[in-house]
Design a protein around this ligand. Sequence first.
Ligand code: ADE
Length: 221
Amino acid sequence: MHFHIISIFPKLFDSYLSDSILKRAQDAGHIQFSFYDPRSVTQNKHKKVDDIPYGGGPGMVMMAEPIITLWEEITKKTLKEKIPFTKKRHFKTILLSPGGNTFRTDMAKSLAQDYTDIIFICGRYEGIDARVAEITGAELVSIGNYVLTGGELAAMVMSDSIARQCNGVLGKRESLEEERISSHEMYTRPEHLKHRGRVYSVPEVLLSGNHKKIDEWRETH
Ligand code: ADE
């Protein structure tokens, strides 16, 4: 999977992508990230990427043209590149917006299955000129019922969740665990944890070695 991120703050992604599972997955070639800054294609002297809204109102709106220019570059350029094991590229464009369709694991699964390339358009300010979604055919997606300062965090959350569904990103054991375990209650050593005069013990069933009973317990915890 190739994630293409259109953002005026590409550095925000650095630390999260340079560690742990997502780092390993990039090094192994299972996933790839590319960044595109609308400021790099602005025509004006001050590299302005926003302007006041038509009809009035507070705040600024991100201009359509720099974003469309980058989107066209991505879709044209990457089509020419070769991608191992896949002949045809399938692009999905997602515009992060608090008012969009709510992101869930089943969306992550189908995106990982159906597409080779996902383009995230991250907005800042009050929003993005509505013609961007119209021209690119982007789906508006929200990661939850709250407003963030921009789409970058949302793109990162979605990339992480989609990457987990891509072949090779999780080890076989981790993938199986993800499917199998419904329990959110997990324990590790010590068996008895002392805190402020109280002892917190691991549930007996998990020490029993009886896997049928353990699975039953996990269904309900
Ligand atoms: N941009 C601002 N808030 C957001 C949210 N909750 N989901 C996606 N994009 C956003």
